[in-house]
Design a protein around this ligand. Sequence first.
Ligand code: SAH
Length: 356
Amino acid sequence: MTLTRYSISRDDLTSLLPDQPRYRVDQVWKGLFQELSTPGEMTNLPKDLRARLEADLPTALSPVTESVSDRGDTVKFLWELDGGSRIETVLMLYRDRATVCVSTQAGCAMACGFCATGQAGFTRHLTDGEIVEQVVLASRRAKSHGRRVSNVVYMGMGEPLANEEPVWRSLVRLHDDCGLSARHLTVSTVGIVPGIRKLAERPMPVNLAVSLHAANDALRDALVPINKRYPIADLMVACSEYLEAKGRRVSFEWAMIDQVNDRPSDAVELAALCRSLRLPAHVNLIPLNPTPGYPVRGSSRAHVHAFRDQLESMGVNATVRQNRGTEIAAACGQLAAGQPVRISRAPGDHEPDVLD
Ligand code: SAH
């Protein structure tokens, strides 16, 4: 594997700079990971060295398009990877924080029928450098708006715990080198039990989100096929171990699907699972976003709020997620990288969306 700009170690960098004073390594490292500069922008380096580093540290992501939401606060990036596959990254600017949603695989093998990435199938794993570069490039974009990225969520294309080592290395880099706190890093999983256990053994207490979507095995087998391998009882044991290891509350994601998992009985079952953990799980409710391959609709806004109220009445904290970027197919479950649901627009162009 060739070195790329954001996958290098300090040792790699040191060996690239044999003719340079020692402090250069720190300068370049700080430039890359803290100041988010390209080598060419590092004006504290001699010009010939800047040019040499541009060549020796190639980027891993080539920009294809950017789509900007109507209000300009959500940006979706489409990148091409080495080998030609494509992935997407989403930057969300909120009043009090800025969040990057990264992809961990090109496509996904988990085959959840309601998810556009799952519908597309698996292409390949991402490297740690490719994951980190998504954050750096989105952070450069945020910086151009005078904003600093505070949170990273592993909720883009792919299953992070099916690509464990690169995902872990990227988390370490974001924490140690980019200075993001573990509390602001969230790994979302479909529920790979051994992967949750492994993450629990790792040193950093990152947030764990589990895409639950159903609270009994019959329904979850149908919605999230990996449930047949790791059924709910085993998943709850792993969540409980994570909680004990990290002392951090686990959250459950629940995409609300009209008349499928939004009935009062679903709320009762879900509340029981949340409360089976020593610190009850927090629920994130997301009205199902439309995808080309899944005909069932999302629950109405009013119904999502009623479901939330029912959970709260049973002592479970639940948040209705804002749906960012549905009009540019940037919302949860809509990332399909080049199989556009809608036509994307050029950055800064705020014309109303046009349907395909
Ligand atoms: N594979 C990981 C990471 C993907 S995160 C995981 O499953 O957690 C993306 C989140 O969006 C997951 O919770 C996923 O279940 C959810 N999702 C998928 N399709 C969706 C859709 N059409 N509408 C709303 N949420 C969806």
